[in-house]
Every structure is written in C-alpha cells, then in structure tokens.
Design a protein around this ligand. Structure first.
Ligand SMILES: Nc1nc2c(ncn2[C@@H]2O[C@H](COP(=O)(O)OP(=O)(O)OP(=O)(O)O)[C@@H](O)[C@H]2O)c(=O)[nH]1
Ligand SMILES: [Mg+2]
Ligand SMILES: [Zn+2]
Length: 372
C-alpha cells in the first residue's frame, strides 16, 4: 500500500530538517507503534518494521532520545538513523513517587480529552486534563462521549463552561454515531489527533466508528461504576481515510501534573488576570485589602470552587518540584556515598597492591642476597 506522506502529516518544516541530513540513502517514516524494541512505522512504501542500530543502544545515556509514537524518523532499510526535530509533544508525569516526565507522543495537533457522560463524568478531572494539556502547542478539545446515556447534557455543559473557557466542547455518542459531524474539522488532511482519557470512555470505539470497521479492540465497562478495564494496552497510530492520523492510547490510571505552573497558568487565565489586579503584588488572596480575587468571589464573578482547584493544582505542582529536589539531593547523597566506598576500595586495593609489590621486591632482593 503506497502512502502519501502529506496524509501522514509531512510538512515543509520536516522536509527542511530531512534535507539537511544530506543523505540519499534515507527515507522519512512515522512511528506508529512500538513492540518490544521493534518499531512499526509508515513511510511512502507502506508499513515497515524498524529497529534501532546497535550503536544507538551502546551509547545509551540519559539524554539519548528514543523514538516515541508519532515521531518522524529518517530510516535506512530496517534501521532508524535519526529522529527529526519534534514539536507538539504530549508528556505527563509518570505515576509513582519519583518525578519523571514521560513523553507520550510527538507531532500532535489536537488532544481529544475524552470523558464519558455516564458515571465516569467528572468536571474536576477535565480541569486537571486541561491544566496538563495547557502551555503546549497542542490544542485541547473536550469530548463528552456516551451522550446517549445522559439525560442532563445541558447541565453538564453549563458546569463545564467556566472550566473550559475557550476550549471547544463536543457532546457525542461514538456508539450511536451522534455528533460526529462536529468533529470533522479536526480531521483535516495531515493533522494528528491524540485520544486521551481514562479507561472505558470510548476512545477505541470512537476510532472504530470513524473508520467504519472494528480495527481496535474495545471492552465493556464495569456495571457498578462505569470504569473501564484497560482494554487498550499500547499506543497506536491509525490512518484515517480522509488523510489524517489518530492515536489511540491506553486509559490513563492517574493524571499527574508536571511540576511546572505553565499549564495551570494557561488553563486558569481568568484567575491569573484577576491576580494581576490585586493591590499588592505578593497578594495571597486570603485577606488582603484590594484583593481582586476576593472581590470577584464576593461579587459572584468567580466560582470559589474554581479558585480552590487553582490553589490545589498549584500546591500539587509545588509539592512535585520540592519532591523532585528531594529525590535529587537524596540521589546525590547515594552517589557520593557510593563514590566514597569506591574510593575506599580503590585505595584498599592500591595499598594491597603496593604491599604485594614491596613484598615481591623484598623477596627478589633477598634472592639476590640483600637484606634490609
Ligand atoms: N452507551 C455508549 N457506550 C459506549 C459509547 N462509546 C463507547 N461505549 C462503550 O464503552 C465501553 C468502553 O469502550 P472502549 O472504546 O473500549 O473504551 P476505551 O476508552 O478505549 O478504554 P481503554 O482501552 O480501556 O482505555 C465499550 O463497551 C463501548 O461499547 C457510547 O457513545 N455510548
Ligand atoms: Mg481502548
Ligand atoms: Zn489578591
């Protein structure tokens, strides 16, 4: 199957980066899936399988970039030679105690943040998604799926509007194929859309419906709480017939913020704007005179709940930064201790060697009849 690179998202900028490699042996390809060290990618000749060269792995270091889904790479037959400069990278904080960002996908234009309109619905979660997606070049889009199961869509839209601000919201039913027409502008040729959300919200179902056939496995949610069972277990890029690319991802168990305030700031611009109008620059918005936030809350212009979420997310970020510093200093301590121990063993073995050498030369001297 021949593929037009423009359908895959190829553009002038990528072409320029590719040309600057000045190698006639290379072709561009886009990573669609990773499977135990093997990459499945699309290029002009269709689907191909790729590996990293041994040298890539030999020089493994912390800064070494590994290809991620959505990456554009320059390849020789079977081998990835280099990753072209990334943009639109979706990343998140890895679940667990250690602060570490995990790059999820590259060259993403839109992030569909999918929530079910069943018992899964949570405005707070959407607020978190937005804070996570904010501050990057990816445009977030809120998708409320399973509209067929909800009697109070208008109420929920109303609850979301101060949170979403200018982020578009679409209520759809992937299963009953309702509201899908609204999504077609995002599927413009060459655009890449990543589907994100917790398990069971219908990400894979939406792709199947848009494709018109069952390409991806889907799984029923638990009756009791509408939670999914983590049916999708890997990230996978699917080519859409209209010349766009869609990325299915496994349901996220936990969303953690990245420890930088940029996302929070960009998704809470209303509060940021108000804070600028406070009389004191270091206003804590708790009891200061001339506080624009307190005033807005009193006048009913700002929902106190929203302000609480803002404070909570900021606090969480601060905690994260602190934690990562603690991890760093703890790491330093461990490394220093290891170094000391290493130096000790070195000096011990050096001393031993020296002793041995002296002993040897003494015995050699003895052999020659000399005595100390
Ligand atoms: N009623 C209704 N059910 C839906 C809709 N969309 C998806 N479902 C059902 O929700 C369940 C979960 O759908 P999936 O597509 O597997 O969900 P997912 O988001 O891919 O889940 P993970 O792969 O586990 O992350 C399936 O039983 C779907 O049939 C919808 O619009 N309405
Ligand atoms: Mg799925
Ligand atoms: Zn204030």
């Amino acid at each position: 199957m021949k593929i037009n690179l423009l359908d895959l998202g190829w553009n002038d900028q990528l072409q320029e980066s590719f040309d600057s490699l000045e190698s006639s042996n290379l072709v561009p390809a886009r990573i669609a899936r990773e499977n135990r060290g093997e990459y499945i990618a699309y290029c002009q000749f269709g689907e191909i399988r790729l590996k990293l060269p041994g040298s890539y792995l030999a020089y493994k270091n912390r800064d070494q970039q590994y290809p991620i889904i959505g990456d554009w790479v320059a390849v020789e037959p079977g081998i990835i030679r280099t990753i072209l400069p990334r943009r639109g990278v979706f990343q998140r904080e890895e679940a667990g105690k250690r602060s570490k960002t995990q790059k999820i996908a590259a060259h993403i234009d839109y992030a569909f943040l999918i929530t079910g309109l069943d018992d899964d619905f949570s405005a707070k979660r959407i607020e978190r998604y937005l804070a996570l997606a904010g501050g990057s070049s990816i445009d977030p889009v809120i998708i409320l799926n399973k509209a067929d199961l909800c009697q109070s869509i208008q109420d929920r839209l109303k609850a979301l509007s101060p949170i979403a601000r200018d982020v578009p919201i679409h209520a759809i039913s992937a299963l009953e194929q309702k509201g899908l027409q609204e999504l077609s502008p995002y599927f413009e040729r060459g655009k890449t859309i990543a589907l994100l959300g917790s398990s069971g919200t219908g990400k894979s179902t939406l792709i199947n419906t848009l494709l018109g056939y069952e390409q991806l496995k889907t799984g029923a949610v638990r009756q009791a709480d509408s939670k999914g069972r983590h049916t999708t277990t890997w990230r996978e890029m699917v080519l859409m017939p209209q010349g766009s690319v869609i990325l299915d991802t496994p349901g996220m168990r936990e969303i953690q913020l990245m420890g930088n305030d940029e996302g929070v700031r960009s998704s809470f611009q209303d509060i940021e704007m108000l804070a600028k109008q406070c009389r004191f620059r270091n206003c804590t918005h708790s009891s200061e005179p001339g506080c624009a936030i307190i005033k807005a809350i009193e006048e009913g212009k700002l929902d106190p709940e929203r302000f609480n979420s803002f404070l909570k997310l900021k606090r969480e970020n601060k905690g994260k930064r602190k934690r990562s510093k603690i991890v760093d200093t703890e790491m330093d301590k461990v490394l220093k201790k290891r170094k000391r121990e290493f130096m000790k063993t070195v000096s011990v073995s050096k001393r031993k060697a020296e002793k041995q050498r002296r002993k040897l030369s003494r015995s050699q001297d003895e052999d020659f009849g000399y005595k100390y």
